[in-house]
Design a protein around this ligand. Sequence first.
Ligand code: ADP
Length: 495
Amino acid sequence: MNYSLREKLIRYIDAGFPIIYINSFEESKVDEVIKYAISGREIVEWNGFNGYVDFITKASIIENCSLRDTLKVFKNNSELNRKVLVLKDISPFIKNANIISYIKGIAQNINEGLDANIIIVSTSVYIPSELEKYITVLEMDYLKTPEIEKIILKFIKDNSLQSISTSLLEEMSVAFKGLSQFEINNILALGYADDGELTHKDLSLIFEQKQQIIKKAGILEMIPLKEDIGDIGGLENLKVWLKRKAMVFKNLVKARQFGVDMPRGVLIAGVPGCGKSLSAKAAAKLLRFPLLRLDVGRLIGKYVGESERNMRKAIALAEAISPCVLWVDELEKVFAGIGGADEVAARLIENFLIWMHGKESPTFVVATANDITKLPPELLRKGNFDEIFYVGLPSEEERKNIFRIHIARRRKNDLGSIDIDKLISKTQGYSGADIEEIVKESIETVFVEGKNELTTEDILRVIEKSHSLSEIMKEPLEKMSREYENRKFKNASKL
Ligand code: ADP
């Protein structure tokens, strides 16, 4: 069952949970939820700006009262009976031993029967280990598309604007997902102030705002989309597969009615520098979804439970932003980063898979990995991802395409006179990234030497001096390709 934040808060307050920690950057919305969840109890608040205040009126109860002194009031007597104490802006103090022991004291009193609760509202989650067993973390829930539609329509009515088309209303509501009511109204006001109406142009305002939110949350990064599917040399099987999924997403309602399953995602694994990241970016462009990169390194936290919380936060954010592509880059780092704490890694992956199996939102996962030998077999089992592709070193035909793409991008006019076949015979065992480097270096050399045309010989000279990836990584590459063959992954390239 999926309860809303308000429902959960009511249950937790009534059940006497001592400390409820609400992780949100929307204080005013959280205030609304708390107001309706406290079942007749009195609410008092401490915040960094006004000190100890009445929650509703924000009027001072004790002038200039520090957090420590406020907590002291509640520790020593029954002052807190049938009250809810809301704490805001406490992150600078929550590592202080004195503060921790005061909060702990109150929490113990609540556990022993005092009818009260502490609610901490914060934009980030930090839980001192001494308080862990008293704290329950709740996340803010996001607005659903019909609720957003209502907000837009109300804005149009309140400002007597010209009505907008159904398709723009739909597009805007999807784009607004992940934003608060306050933010939505602000953007609508901005869009309206601009030219007196709401138009398609205003969608870019929404996009900018979302980028801000993602930045604030810290675990996901919004990647600008440049490369498209035509920028990938080779990997034909993968490209065909991605185009199929794009077709499903483009006609999602019809496809779902027809009985097509919601696409879950793909794992692209294999040799470094051969186009895995490039494919993740091109997939987002093809689907016309924003691309959110999950930094696996940043996910792994030092404190107990922190990694799981970060994972939950990343998933909630991706769901709120959806439709989107969630790119889990270097998946194997989940296991490397934890330094032997396999249990945490296993739990993280398990949570991730449970979410991926049950998800109904159009969040398309693209996971990439360089080294599958570090991944547990259960992750690679069929049915977790819609498909697992192996990306190997590029074939002759693929190298041809990769050379063409990178030369055309920089020296389009020289492309016709270059003998690509000659380059191919000298670049067996080179990766796509190696080829790009060769092209870049050749062009720079030609420029520095004062010549005005790039020739086959210039490129061959750079190849002579270079080393291929398969030279540098001979053994690991052989081991990897045996591994992929054993596991019978689909080859991303057409053989
Ligand atoms: P990885 O497989 O390690 O994720 P990337 O996709 O990041 O490798 O490749 C690095 C760069 O090398 C790309 O940005 C691109 O410029 C170039 N490259 C690699 N493979 C290809 C390819 N198949 N086609 C075109 N360029 C490629």
